[in-house]
Design a protein around this ligand. Structure first.
Ligand code: SF4
Length: 496
């Protein structure tokens, strides 16, 4: 029994080294005592498509699953068509397939993996080996050709994360001092926010054991790792767990820069003091400073506490953090959003990620679209076009503001002066950004173009967080929709 996990790379130079592609392989093989082989089949978008199709067909696999990301989705649709000669069942995992499974199943595919891949792949292979329908596998949507129906499998995920052999320790993912490691400590979440499209949205909060994690950290230390991203939707859901993780990092990788997603309202003063002594970048998903909106979306987020904690962080200028803000949230006007933005500028984050609301089919917020009077784009990333309170024109202004903030504030390092400048000029910070946007549009094209990136760096080179092993959510996918770097999808998304 063989599974081919097709990993589409941009080119032979720009490769997709995504952690969960490796955990899918390592789990399936270990759980089946190598009775099932799971092959990661690398194909390259720069190669001739028939060559790639031939590489996949030559595997003679029983199950073929394509890892779909937003940038390779179109390519995969064509590639799958070219793989017609194979007798394998073919399926997809990632991108927006979980949101629109039936749309994809109308095409050339037999199944969609809706959540974490490991258990679904293992169960499909075992069922197929026993001559049973793979439709019974957990976490998949299956196209039953005989009954001409779509079968939704039971939504189950792995309960014991330690049953996934570490792809670092078993040498599957090479590590050295230049690797930016994705270090998965947990999956799932305690909350059920309306907009959540988390990788583990169906699963409860689960942790790796400290023993498992300690072995990985010792290995990273031995390899001289200098950067790591802590993998889990929110790192500080459990105070005890969080404190232990920070203590382990301080012990094994005291100088490494790490990037972490936290909920600011759950931090304690002692957490902040500990973090201030570490080399850390905190991704804070605020979304809005309006408590009522959070309550509307069932996020359980305590705005007052979060703002107080972030202000407390100002006592520690070396503590780096970025804040995500969402425009167009339910029952919020453009003016409400500008007030949010002003609040955020005055918290002095080193970066602000400003995004328009995305409403994924399948999420609770999507089902409340009419209630809130939304019009939403019909394809990825399902951006809100307008709502009862937020006009289309204002949404377009948000995009402009977002680009301006990215260039002038994030890359231009205006954190230390923009609020003083705004005071002196007697105008809000967003007005400075908008006026600058207006000015730059009148300048020579070469100044507006990418080379501005060369002039502005977010922070010194050794502090950058270019993550070669950053996972999908990655994209990530935002707290809600961002947590962290600029991306058009939430921290809780299946792909980024
Ligand atoms: S949006 Fe974040 S806090 Fe809310 S359920 Fe999803 S992962 Fe949890």
């Amino acid at each position: 029994m063989k599974i081919a996990i097709v990993n589409v790379n941009k080119s032979r130079v720009i490769k997709n080294t995504e952690y969960h592609v490796f955990t899918a392989k390592t789990f399936v093989e270990a759980r089946s005592w190598n009775e099932i082989s799971a092959e990661i089949v690398n194909v390259y978008m720069t190669d001739d498509m028939s060559t790639s199709a031939g590489t996949i067909e030559n595997q003679q696999a029983d199950i073929i699953v394509f890892r779909v990301l937003y940038w390779n989705a179109g390519y995969i649709m064509k590639l799958a068509k070219s793989c017609r000669s194979t007798k394998a069942v073919k399926g997809l995992w990632g991108y927006d397939t979980f949101a629109n499974p039936e749309e994809y199943l109308k095409k050339d595919f037999d199944f969609i993996i809706q959540d974490e891949p490991e258990l679904s792949l293992y169960e499909m292979a075992m069922l197929k080996r026993n001559g049973e329908s793979i439709g019974k596998a957990s976490g998949i949507v299956y196209k039953d050709k005989e009954s001409r129906s779509f079968v939704y499998g039971e939504s189950r995920v792995l309960t014991d994360l330690d049953s996934i052999p570490s792809p670092y320790l078993n040498g599957m993912i090479p590590v050295n001092e230049t690797t930016s490691v994705y270090w998965e400590i947990a999956r799932g979440c305690l909350f059920k926010c309306d907009f959540c499209v988390d990788f583990s949205h169906g699963g409860n909060l689960r942790y790796h054991s400290f023993g498992y994690l300690e072995k990985e950290l010792a290995f990273f230390a031995e390899k001289g790792v200098r950067q790591l991203t802590i993998g889990c939707p929110i790192a500080n859901l459990s105070h005890q767990q969080f404190s232990k993780i920070l203590a382990m990092i301080s012990e094994y990788l005291p100088r490494a820069l790490f990037d972490i997603q936290i909920r600011a309202d759950l931090l304690s003063k002692s957490d902040i003091e500990t973090l201030a002594g570490m080399n850390v970048f905190l991704n804070i998903g605020l979304q809005t400073a309006n408590q009522k909106v959070h309550e509307n979306l069932l996020t359980s987020f305590n705005v007052e506490k979060a703002l107080a904690n972030i202000r407390y962080m100002a006592n520690y200028p070396a503590l780096m953090f970025g804040i995500d803000v969402i425009a167009g949230l339910p029952r919020m006007s453009y003016e409400d959003f500008l007030n949010d933005l002003e609040t955020v500028f005055n918290l002095w984050p080193i970066s602000i990620n400003l995004l328009r609301l995305s409403m994924y089919p399948g999420t609770k917020i999507y089902n409340r679209m009419r209630e809130f009077g939304y019009t939403v784009e019909s394809s990825y990333p399902y951006l809100a076009v307008e709502s009862a309170q937020f006009s289309k024109k204002d949404m377009e202004k948000v995009d402009e503001l977002s680009d301006g903030i990215d260039l002038l504030y994030n890359k231009g390092r205006m954190v230390s002066i923009i609020t003083m400048l705004a005071k002196g000029l007697e105008m809000p910070c967003h007005e400075i950004i908008m006026r600058w946007n207006k000015w730059i549009r009148k300048q020579a094209p070469d100044l507006v173009a990418e080379d501005i990136d060369i002039h502005f760096r977010p922070f010194p080179e050794e502090k950058t967080l270019a993550g070669s092993l950053r996972p999908a959510k990655t994209q990530p996918l935002l707290h809600n929709f961002t947590h962290g770097r600029k991306r058009r999808q939430s921290h809780n998304a299946l792909s980024a």
